[in-house]
Write a protein that binds this ligand. Structure first.
Ligand code: A2P
Length: 257
């Protein structure tokens, strides 16, 4: 059996010159855990051209959703950004990834820290009822260069807050904290700096990070992942994985892109 499903594109939305999202049909046999990624791509010259993409939809939703950068010279994204409703995309049948709840020890607060399209797995995780059952408070931090790059995440949070089933719980427990580095905005600065200066915690009205209570998931720019990991290790946080849950987890699947 093929390792790829063929799915039909159901919608495309362009958010900026460099960011777009799209939805596609979901094979009923395709199962995944919220926060995982899978291979996504197109047939190019008769061969599959694939990249790892986090799934933005939750595992109970009928459609698959993805959020992507557009790279003008990128072999896949230069083509993928031109897809239209009804086109066929390829979706790997074996999702995987580190950003899953079972890789974290129990805790009180869950920080979902992302830059750029690293936000995507957290869109799935914030739509998961289990997230709200496991944690008292969830903080979604999204760092971008410019305000316009926040639009997809902002819309996803607004949709969640308006959701008939999850909205009330999410509004009570989830705090969305967007931050911008290269133009004026209400929250400014790199995630690393906001943590080291305690600005993030002061703004949230919570104590600084503490391995006894706080859990973190990290996804985004490789430099941010390296720096944040060092910050956490220095504060005696332990990195979790599939064999041993820890205080924080990192998705490294996209680091080579
Ligand atoms: P900055 O504008 O100061 O470089 P990129 O588009 O390059 O992936 O960056 C996305 C966001 O991640 C930007 O706001 C960028 O800030 C920030 N960023 C880049 N490197 C780091 C890092 N080492 N630590 C924290 N944030 C970072």
């Amino acid at each position: 059996m093929s390792t790829l499903n063929q799915e039909r594109v159901t919608s495309i939305r362009h958010w900026t010159d460099t960011l777009f999202s799209f939805t596609a049909t979901r094979d009923p046999s395709f199962r995944f855990a919220n926060g995982q990624f899978t291979m996504v791509g197109l047939n190019v010259d008769g061969r599959p051209l694939l990249r790892a993409y986090s799934i933005a939809s939750a595992n109970y939703e009928d459609q698959l959703e993805f959020f992507s950068i557009k790279v003008a010279e990128g072999p896949l994204t230069s083509r993928l950004q031109c897809i239209r409703e009804g086109d066929i995309i390829l979706v790997g049948r074996k999702p995987t990834g580190t950003l899953i709840q079972d890789n974290l020890l129990p805790g009180r607060r869950l920080y979902l820290l992302s830059t750029g399209t690293g936000l995507t797995p957290f869109v799935s995780i914030m739509k998961d009822m289990e997230t709200y059952e496991r944690f008292e408070r969830i903080v979604l931090v999204h760092g971008c260069r410019e305000v316009a790059e926040l639009a997809y995440g902002e819309a996803a949070v607004n949709d969640l807050f308006a959701n008939e089933f999850l909205g009330e719980t999410a509004r009570e427990k989830l705090t969305y904290y967007p931050t911008v580095t290269r133009e004026p905005f209400r929250n400014r600065g790199r995630i690393t700096d906001l943590i080291m200066s305690n600005t993030l915690f002061d703004d949230l009205g919570v104590p600084p990070l503490d391995a006894a209570t706080d859990r973190l998931m990290l996804c985004g720019s490789p430099a941010m992942l390296t720096e944040l990991r060092d910050i956490l290790l220095a504060q005696h946080f332990v990195e979790g994985n599939h064999s041993e849950p820890g205080h924080f987890v990192i998705e490294r699947a996209f680091v080579e892109r």
